[in-house]
Design a protein around this ligand. Structure first.
Ligand SMILES: O=c1ccn([C@H]2C[C@H](O)[C@@H](COP(=O)(O)OP(=O)(O)OP(=O)(O)O)O2)c(=O)[nH]1
Ligand SMILES: [Mg+2]
Length: 179
């Protein structure tokens, strides 16, 4: 066993597809969304009101603030997929180039780095999420089964100093190792 994909237990009966390559020499395995989701457009906010409030350090309506936080925070699209690989390999999650063009969707972290030790971690079993921000003018509906991103397996290298540096055990993602 070198590398591959599995469905996380939460979605065992959800009839999900494992990521797949759509053409003979495609580098990326396309990931589908595990659920129907709506990615809110960031332009839905009352920017003027928010800017005024920030400028004047005023308390603006809690609902506006809450809405702003919700919309400006990247959305995590569940894939229901975990990936296993050799310990000297990494899975890179890259956007589909059509996403910004057709739907206004960007991956704000640039690329997603899925570490080999994320697989089956004690916190979330290693489920891969795709971080997305919608800079388009309209909310974007993603259906279960829609292709949202692609994963590319790659080898990575270690520095000469690496062995002497302390390592933690991974128990989650998205900031699980601290600040
Ligand atoms: O787009 C992404 C990026 C990361 N991850 C998961 C897999 C990865 O192994 C883990 C940690 O990612 P990273 O090291 O990039 O984020 P961090 O902010 O440093 O979190 P941590 O402290 O958990 O390492 O989160 C995803 O599911 N999707
Ligand atoms: Mg990290």
């Amino acid at each position: 066993m070198n590398r591959g994909f599995e469905i996380v237990s939460k979605y065992a009966d959800a009839n999900l597809a494992l990521p797949y390559r759509t053409t003979k020499n495609a580098a990326g395995y396309d990931f589908e969304s595990a659920e129907d989701v709506i990615i809110p457009s960031i332009w839905k906010l009352n920017f003027l009101k928010i800017l005024w409030a920030i400028r004047h350090q005023k308390n603006f309506g809690e609902s506006d603030l809450e809405k702003a936080r919700k919309v400006l925070k990247p959305f995590l699209i569940p894939t229901g997929i975990k990936a296993y690989m050799n310990s000297d390999e990494v899975l890179i999650i890259a956007n589909r180039s059509s996403n910004p063009l057709k739907r206004g969707l960007v991956i704000p972290n640039g690329i997603g780095v899925i570490d080999a030790d994320y697989y089956n971690n004690s916190g979330n079993e290693g489920e891969i999420f795709v971080q997305i921000l919608n800079f388009g003018l309209s909310d974007v509906k993603i259906g279960k089964g829609d292709r949202i991103a692609q994963g590319i397996f790659m080898p990575y290298l270690l520095t000469d100093q690496d062995r002497s540096q302390q390592k933690q055990t991974r128990n989650g993602g998205f900031g699980s190792s601290g600040r």
